[in-house]
Ligand binder design. Structure first.
Ligand code: AG3
Length: 282
């Protein structure tokens, strides 16, 4: 007997995994959480039917969401992670010796618990003395902070349920307020192949407030279409000059300074979509 799980990515598109074992399924106050053990990608965290992270390819997303912004900043000391209860982004941020504190604000305590139990290679850093785990609303947390953080990493689900507000203009205004005078943020922004209009809109909101507003991509096999995007908004430091010396000391599997610079080179249609959004939105 074979068991397969399909993420229905759109009405007309899905990605299917052969499942060794379903390890955990739970209805939390926010979403349905599942941990599946798959043949191709190892254990995976699924929220409301959407693949969040897998043991085999999580490093791509977590390295690119974290090291791109942290190596743009010359001295990142205080970091905030919004979402990311699996702990992968915290783990990557703690690889930087200059980081003094990583706060994680995750709304769903059950995600943290399931990751600790079933995904120890991803969640282990949550026990680090430089990590502070807060169970709470990331939007409210960012909204009440002023000039506090060097870098904010938005490691959210897609804009469904509690994450909808993380893809709206007021959130980008409060990110700007929560950052120090030379701070910067990076956020996951879905795939340019299906979500070009949303990405264009976010780019426009970020460019209104941050002198540096740039999109970058990474190839992530378990996310819709395989091409994923991230937005950087930076108050001062340019996006394309990663600190090569600090980068050399990092242990990574995907990230290099060359990958960093190349990731900002966009396919023509994506660039055009960003330009279009800029010229038509208020
Ligand atoms: N957060 C982004 C996952 C988005 C995937 N979307 C989907 N499968 N439809 C990942 C959290 C990992 N820390």
């Amino acid at each position: 007997m074979e068991f397969w799980f399909t993420e229905r990515q759109t009405r007309d598109l899905g990605l299917t995994f052969r499942v060794k074992e379903s390890l955990w399924v739970e209805r939390t106050p926010y979403q349905t959480l599942a941990i599946l053990d798959t043949y191709q990608y190892g254990r995976m965290l699924v929220l409301d039917g959407a693949v969040q992270t897998t043991e085999a390819d999580e490093h791509i997303y977590h390295e690119m969401l974290t090291h791109v912004p942290l190596l743009i900043h010359p001295r990142p000391r205080r970091i905030l992670v919004v979402g990311g209860g699996d702990g992968g982004t915290v783990r990557e941020a703690l690889k930087h010796p200059e980081v003094e504190l990583v706060e994680l604000v995750e709304i769903d305590e059950r995600v943290i618990a399931a990751a600790k139990r079933f995904l120890p290679t991803i969640s282990s850093a949550l026990e680090d003395p430089r990590a502070r785990v807060i169970v709470g609303d990331g939007v409210a947390h960012v909204g009440s902070a002023q000039g506090v953080y060097d870098v904010i990493l938005v490691d959210s689900t897609d804009p469904v349920g509690p994450a909808i507000a993380l893809f709206e203009e007021p959130f980008f205004a409060s990110l700007h307020r929560a950052l120090k005078a030379d701070g910067l943020f990076a956020a996951q922004t879905k795939t340019p192949y299906l979500d070009g209009a949303l990405i264009g809109q976010i780019h426009h909101w970020v460019a209104k407030r941050f002198p540096v507003a740039c999109l970058y991509t990474a190839a992530i096999p378990t996310y819709p279409t395989g091409l994923w995007s991230f937005m950087v908004g930076s108050k001062r430091h340019p996006h394309d000059r990663p600190d090569e010396v600090r980068a050399k000391r990092l242990e990574t599997k995907y990230y290099t300074p060359q990958v960093h610079r190349a990731a900002f080179t966009l396919p023509r249609a994506v660039e055009e979509a960003l330009e279009r959004a800029g010229s038509t939105l208020p």
